[in-house]
Ligand binder design. Structure first.
Ligand SMILES: [Zn+2]
Length: 64
């Protein structure tokens, strides 16, 4: 299964809200291997998501 950049982007953003299935993650990996642009975008998104989660955690701790 080959994803277009549009489909890959959609899967990445869906992955923020739900966990992707094995087939979906595999398809994304294949796409990232051939498409550097989407790979970079996904990495940045993941970095942002982690930073936000870390920040939320930090805020929760600070409020106590
Ligand atoms: Zn792409």
């Amino acid at each position: 299964m080959m994803l277009s950049c549009k489909e890959a982007t959609r899967l990445v953003s869906q992955g923020q809200d739900r966990s992707l299935g094995f087939g979906e993650r595999a398809a994304l990996r294949v796409h990232f291997a051939i498409c550097r642009g989407c790979g970079n975008a996904a990495r940045q998104l993941e970095f942002l998501r982690r930073a936000m989660a870390h920040l939320a955690e930090h805020d929760a701790t600070a409020e106590r």
